[in-house]
Ligand binder design. Structure first.
Ligand code: PXP
Length: 238
């Protein structure tokens, strides 16, 4: 059974637009869980543009809620994450000027740092994941670094679908990376830019165990409600 992780960062984006306390990501975390999310994802960005430290701490204290915390390799963020102690950690690249995470990690360039960070989280029994581009080289590097999981960046694939372009090559990349990871004992997740159509195609890949989806879920919920949107995704990935 594939799992659905719901990224609730944009609940905080909406709250912050008003500078007040509503809508509260803490309530959103509890609400999406009740309505079928297998886990929730939050990204504690260096610029705190959505989720802040207080949100992260509070959300991680919710009983029986699996929290996947996305973090960059910034020293202070890693320190905070170790203190907050989420169930899962996903290490992502971060660039102040980007609107959203634009690509996978540069594993080669950050090899030693990543290896060290992964070991810190593993010591605390936190599941580790690396957000990577669908590339065989990166899958093998992720294995070398000792990560439990990889999350394949599906942004390119999702954009090809949205712009009605040929998806064949990118789909093959995702399939081959998933298989190689699985053959090497690494759990496979996928996320970024996904909507119903792209998720439906990727859910046919048996090695992908978890989807992490945010923007589309929150956006679509404006029209249909988050309960319905989660239910639709759960049906798609079943
Ligand atoms: N997975 C990772 C690692 C991400 O960084 C993001 C975006 O924060 C997502 C999944 C969700 O992407 P989207 O909001 O486009 O669904």
């Amino acid at each position: 059974m594939k799992r659905l992780g719901v990224n609730i960062d944009h609940v905080a984006t909406l709250r912050n637009a008003r500078g007040e306390s509503h809508p509260d990501p803490f309530n959103a975390a509890k609400f999406v869980k009740i309505n079928g999310a297998d886990s929730i994802t939050i990204h504690l960005r260096e610029d705190r543009r959505h989720i802040n430290d207080f949100d992260a701490k509070k959300i991680c204290s919710i009983k029986n809620l699996l929290v996947n915390l996305e973090v960059s390799i910034n020293k202070d963020i890693i320190k905070k994450a170790l203190r907050i102690k989420p169930n899962y950690i996903c290490i992502v690249p971060e660039n102040r000027n980007e609107i959203t995470t634009e690509g996978g990690l540069n594993l080669k360039q950050n090899k030693n740092k990543l290896k060290y960070i992964i070991s810190l989280f593993k010591k605390k029994k936190i599941r580790t994941s690396l957000f990577i581009n669908p590339s065989l080289k990166d899958v093998l590097l992720a294995k070398e670094l000792g990560s439990d999981c990889i999350e394949l960046h599906t942004g390119r694939f999702a954009n090809l679908i949205k712009s009605k372009k040929d998806i064949k090559k990118e789909l093959i990349r995702i399939k081959k990376s998933s298989k190689l990871a699985n053959d090497n004992g690494i759990k496979v997740h996928a996320g970024h830019g996904l909507d119903y159509r792209s998720t439906k195609i990727l859910s046919k890949i048996k090695e992908i165990e978890e989807f992490n989806i945010g923007h589309f879920i929150i956006g679509e919920s404006i029209f249909y409600g988050i309960k319905t949107v989660i239910r639709n995704f759960k049906k798609i990935i079943r």
